[in-house]
Design a protein around this ligand. Structure first.
Ligand code: ATP
Length: 357
């Protein structure tokens, strides 16, 4: 097992323009870790992955696989297994021939080939499928063949670029569980690219959230969800209200803010925040950390319900608080709650978090 390190990696496709597709990215993917690049379309995820694969060379910066500086190595020398959105299988070949392809290229003897293909098919739970035609398989099965083909060469790293995008919702969820199981069992250091935050949260050991070529935050799913670094991360991961609130006092990791109703609240903040009395803090509040106050309760925020969505697990409400829409997700919403009702909102202070602009 090896780690993969990107040090101040940048990629400019057009040297005449100022904008870098990937801008000064420094990340370390631990040995055996499942690490995800997450961000909206065009943020530079695929370009970063392609530099790790060796399809593009960085304009500046370095990439290490363990002790090897692979920055200028060709793709075939890097020993990476790749899985793509479109599977990239050979439709006229059988499952076994597809999986064996990388071994043939590497001149692995025929007898070893057959055994390793069997092993790889067993790994992805496709034992007995070797003779099937690719076009006789479902999308989910095809993607597992692609995974077996990547794993059979026993790569040092596994690189996956939106591998679930062509699958329907139910199959996506099943296949993501399957990919993670296989990755855990094989222990291969893996880099995964997706724009789907739920997928990233469900699968990853750690996530790098990217925007405009830059890494906005690296953290575990818990860290990026509960302590987002900035307003972009707060809004991109799940849903979040980002409230602008005046600061009453500030300490190292806590900031006291004043709510529109006049009450004050102590909320969490990262070490190194620069807020002081009189500043305005941006406070991220997840919808599930805002609930409806009881009728006799003094509530921090009051507003009129402007939208109601029942999702089964919770009722999602938009509440207009002095012209600002505040999203709340309420389990067991009061019976008879209606559009236009005026409600008080209660915030769960332990879960509120100061973010950077
Ligand atoms: P998507 O999910 O849409 O693929 P992404 O986050 O993977 O997006 P990239 O494909 O890495 O983003 O693209 C980052 C930026 O680099 C974009 O502005 C894109 O237009 C540009 N870009 C990507 N590949 C090339 C290329 N081969 N030549 C020129 N510009 C490119």
């Amino acid at each position: 097992m090896i780690d993969v390190r990107l040090a101040t990696v940048s990629k400019r496709f057009d040297t005449s323009s100022d904008a870098a597709a990937v801008d000064n990215v420094t990340i370390t993917i631990g040995a055996g870790e499942f690490f995800t690049l997450l961000g909206p379309s065009g943020c530079g995820k695929t370009t970063t992955l392609r530099m790790v694969a060796g399809f593009y060379f960085p304009t500046s910066g370095h990439i290490h696989f363990g002790d090897d500086d692979v920055t200028r190595w060709s793709p075939n020398k890097r020993d990476t297994g790749m899985v793509f959105q479109n599977y990239a299988l050979f439709p006229h070949m059988s499952v076994a021939q597809n999986v064996a392809y990388g071994l043939k290229v590497r001149r692995v003897p025929r007898a070893d080939r057959a055994r390793r293909v069997e092993e790889a098919l067993a790994q992805v739970h496709l034992t007995g499928y070797g003779d099937r035609r690719i076009d006789a398989l479902s999308g989910g099965q095809q993607q597992r063949v692609a995974l077996a083909r990547a794993l059979v060469i026993r790569p040092r790293t596994l690189l996956l670029d939106e591998p679930l995008s062509n699958l329907d919702a139910k199959l996506r969820e099943e296949t993501r569980t399957e990919i993670r199981r296989i990755q855990r069992e094989s222990g291969i250091t893996s880099l995964y690219v997706t724009h789907d935050q739920a997928e990233a949260m469900a699968m990853s050991d750690r996530i790098a959230v990217m925007q405009s070529g830059r890494v906005q935050q690296v953290g575990t799913p818990h860290e990026v969800y509960y302590t987002p670094a900035n307003a972009f991360v707060a809004r991109f991961i799940g849903r979040s209200n980002v409230l602008s609130l005046p600061v009453v006092s500030a300490r190292e990791t806590r900031v006291e803010v004043r709510l529109p109703g006049g009450a004050t609240l102590d909320v969490g903040a990262a070490v190194g925040h620069r807020l002081a009395e009189g500043d305005t803090a941006l406070v991220s509040a997840r919808p599930e950390h805002i609930t409806i106050a009881g009728p006799d309760e003094e509530s921090a925020l009051r507003g009129r319900i402007s939208h109601i969505e029942f999702t089964g697990m919770a009722t999602h409400l938009s509440v207009d608080v002095d012209g600002t829409d505040v999203m709340a997700a309420v389990i067991d919403a009061p019976v008879g709650i209606q559009l236009g009702d005026v409600v008080g909102l209660r915030l769960v202070p332990e879960r509120l978090w100061v973010v950077q602009p």
